[in-house]
Design a protein around this ligand. Structure first.
Ligand code: HEC
Length: 223
């Protein structure tokens, strides 16, 4: 009887040691073996993560596949976001000018479709302060903290080398980026991009309405 207990004890010790040893893995990011994955993995679907595939459980190739398989799908091509306001539907349409040198030239003719008033300029400033001033500087002199402290290449001053840049090209460059400046189309809505364009014009030294913004009703062509 005693011997039997001894054997069971030894067996238990061996199994425990095996569990402890195999529980550790080389990859410091690995949680190790999961004996009951359902208890660790939330069934909630997370955007951009293909839920259900535990990378450490099934091997590396699947981990890679998982990272490249978003659960949130991109919108179907050709669809536009819904707008409650019929006057703003045109702002949901895709930007029609391509990101090419010819497109940049075409953008010269592009006009701001919004009526720019003080409220729109104020919104433009909010967007500018959040997305632009760390590079372009508070007053658009090209002396933002990222340039001064971070050694990022400096943009020209809005009231200097960029003084005569037309609004269409300002909008175009915000949308697609320019040189070392990245694109902002995915972060800033079209409406806000036009408002920040107007704010950049203010920093260029233009006064409100100088470019005679198009009336809200005749903007189908201009975006
Ligand atoms: C990471 C720093 C950075 C950020 C953020 C940034 N810019 Fe720029 N921007 C630059 C640089 C650098 C240039 C000069 C690019 C070149 O000509 O190579 C530039 C160029 C421009 C130009 C001139 C484009 C042209 O057609 O010559 C405009 C207008 C402009 N930026 C507006 C903005 C606005 C508005 C924002 C915010 C929505 C913004 N930028 C955010 C760095 C930045």
């Amino acid at each position: 009887m005693k011997k039997r207990q001894y054997t069971i004890g030894t067996l238990a010790a061996v199994v425990l040691t095996l569990v402890v040893v195999t529980g550790c893995q080389r990859d410091p990011n690995s949680a190790g073996y999961e004996y009951m994955p359902d208890m660790y993995r939330s069934p909630a679907i997370e955007a951009y993560v293909d839920f259900g595939m535990d990378p450490f459980h099934f091997g590396d190739s699947l981990a890679v596949a998982q990272r490249n398989t978003p659960s949130a799908r991109k919108p179907v091509e050709g669809t536009i976001p819904f707008s409650f306001d019929p006057n703003k539907v045109h702002l949901r349409m895709p930007y029609h000018i391509p990101n090419t040198p010819e497109g940049y030239e075409m953008a010269v003719a592009l006009k701001n479709p919004l009526k720019i008033d003080e409220a729109a300029l104020e919104r433009g400033k909010v967007v500018y302060d959040k997305f632009c001033q760390h590079c372009h500087g508070k007053k658009g002199k090209g002396d933002g903290a990222v340039v001064v402290k971070g050694n990022h290449p400096a943009p020209g001053a809005y009231d200097g080398s960029l003084k005569d840049l037309p609004e269409g090209q300002i909008f175009h460059s915000i949308t697609y980026g320019k040189g070392v400046m990245g694109q902002h189309a995915s972060q800033i809505s079209k409406e806000d991009r036009w408002k920040v364009t107007a704010y950049v014009q203010k920093l260029q030294g233009k006064s409100l309405g100088e470019d005679a913004p198009a009336d809200d009703t005749e903007n189908e062509e201009t975006e």
